[in-house]
Design a protein around this ligand. Structure first.
Ligand SMILES: [Zn+2]
Length: 171
């Protein structure tokens, strides 16, 4: 095992991280495909791949090396949950791994419920990538703040849509 410094949070304000995610969304989400397809296309363009974990003791994570990356997902979850996990891991990629300095570790194992800033930043990124504030606000109005309809529209779980409604003070 070689030693390396763990990746560090950007310490950027939330709004700045959301702007990064929105720019990336505008660059990569240019079609009418379902969210899972858009993410798959995006990962392909970025030279990445997604693997499902055989070993249940390992958690969802991302490994980046030499301009390539692999996202590891647990087995047996729903497509919409996978969408959010993938978006979260892409957050780690863009914020914490892509421009890593020499000597930084290449792997981030996630503890999404965790309170460390690295995880928060990836969650802010994921929420904006999949449910951009402005568009989400408009759709929420159109769909009468129904979190299940919003979840269908944005390709996320209804729990994630509800959290978004709350965090944007829409309900
Ligand atoms: Zn994470």
């Amino acid at each position: 095992m070689h030693s390396c410094t763990p990746p560090q949070p950007t310490e950027k304000p939330k709004v700045e991280i959301e702007n990064i995610a929105l720019k990336i969304r505008n660059e990569f989400f240019q079609s009418d495909m379902p969210t899972s397809k858009k993410l798959a296309k995006m990962i392909e363009r970025l030279n990445g791949k997604v693997l499902f974990l055989e070993n249940t003791t390992r958690t969802e994570s991302i490994e980046a090396e030499n301009g390539k990356f692999t996202i590891f997902l647990p087995h047996g979850t729903s497509v919409v949950r996978d969408n959010f996990t993938i978006a979260h891991e892409l957050g780690h990629y863009f914020l914490h791994l892509k421009d890593r300095v020499t000597g930084t570790c290449e792997t981030i194992s996630c503890n999404r419920g965790g309170s460390d800033r690295l995880e928060w930043e990836a969650n802010w990124f994921a929420a904006e990538l999949l449910m951009p504030k402005q568009e989400f606000g408009q759709k929420a109005k159109e769909l009468q703040y129904n979190h299940e309809d919003l979840a269908d529209y944005f390709g996320v779980s209804s729990a994630a849509a509800r959290v978004r409604l709350k965090s944007l003070n829409l309900i």
